[in-house]
Design a protein. Sequence first.
Length: 436
Amino acid sequence: MSIEVITMGCRLNMAESEAMRKLANGQDDVVIVNSCAVTNEAVRQTRQAIRRAKKARPEARVIVTGCAAQVDPTSFAAMPEVSRVLGNREKLDPSSFVPSEVEGRPHQRPSTSLGTNAFGKLPDVRVSDIMAVRDTAPHLVTGFAEHSRAFVEVQNGCDHRCTFCIIPYGRGNSRSVPAGLVIDKIKALVDQGYNEVVLTGVDVTSYGPDLPGSPTLGQLVERILKHVPALPRLRLSSLDSVEIDARLFDIITGEPRFMPHLHMSFQAGDDMILKRMKRRHSRAQAVEMVRRLKDKRPEIAIGADLIAGFPTETDEMAENSLRLIDECEIVMGHIFPYSPKQGTPAARMPQVDPKRVKARSARLREATARQKAKWLESLVGSRQKVLIERSGVKGHAENFAPVLIRHSREDGSDVGEIMEVKVVALKDQILIGEAA
C-alpha cells in the first residue's frame, strides 16, 4: 500500500510531511504521523491519530515524528501501535524510514523507569539532541494544498524562551537557510507552475543572524522578488511584529507581489501578561505596528495568535486582549485556550480556572468572528485576484479572503491559476465571485 502521512500542527510540519513522503518513497505499507507539541490537546490528538491509523491499517508500520516525539519520545515508543520514533533531525534522513530487525519483534512496552537516553539506544527510537543541530536541510521544500501553493522553509528553531512554549525544545535553536538555496528552490517551484509561495519557519522574523553577513528577513524577501521575477505572489507565515524592520515594512506596504495578509504572533493584549510570557513587545507596540501598516496599505488583512487564560490573567487583563481584536482589526484569529506544558515556566505559575479559560476563549473567537464578518461584507462588490485551490470549490484572494468561484472548470484544469473575479455575494462566511 502507499505511504500515508498524517500531519498535526503548523505549516512547517505540512512542508516537512511532504518532504518525508518523498524521502520514504519506495517503502511499503507505512504511516508517518508528524506530531505537534504546541498544546496538550495537540499531543492528545496525535495519540488519537496514531491509534486510528493502526486500527485502519493493522499491518502498516507506524512511524511517529515531529515536535511531540522529539520532546517526549519514550511515551510514544511505549504505544503498542508505534514501530519507530524519529526526532526532528532524523525525519530528514532517508535511512530513517528503512525497516530494521527490531520492528519485526513483538512490541515491548518500555519500563517507565527508563529515561529518554536509555530508551533512545534502542534501534527503533532515533532521537538526537535537537539543541546540537546547526544546519537546515536544504531539500526541505515542497508544495501542497491541492498543488496550488508552495511552502518554503527559510528558517527553523527558535532562540526565544517564551514561558508558555515547549517548541524550542522540539525544534532547537534558530538556524537559517542561505538565500541562494531559497531562491533556487523558489525558481524551481515557479518552473513547476506554482503561482504562490509562502516562506515559513518556526520564528521567521529571526531569519539571518547565523548566516555570513547577518542578512535580515527583509533582505531575503527583497532578493527573492528581484531574482524570481516570474513569481506572482509571495507570503510570509506568522510574524513577530517587533522584528518587522524598515526594509521589511517597506516591502510589505509597497510591493504588489507581496500579499496584503499578515499573521501576527501577538499572544496577548495586556502588558503584564506579555511580560510574564516573556514576549518582546508591548501592547502599544503591537497596536502601533498594525496602524502604521494599514495607514500605508489599507487592504492588509491581519490575523493573529492569541492565548486565553494565561496563568495569573485577571478579568481586566482578559478584557485588554479582547479589545486588541477591535483595535487591530484582527479578522483571522488563532485562539488557543491556555494549557500547561510540563517543562515550561508558565506551568509552575498560578493557573486560571479551566471554566474561565474556556469562556475567555469563546469571547475571543466571537470577537474575531464579528471582525471577519464585517471585513468580508466590506469586500462584496470589489474585484479580487483569486488563486484557485480546488476546482469548483474555492480559492483565496490576495488578502486571504476565501472565495467561491462560480463556473470554474469541472475538469480541475484551473487549479493553481490566478483568476480575477468580481465579488457578488457573501454566503456562509465565503465570498462568491464571478469571472471579471
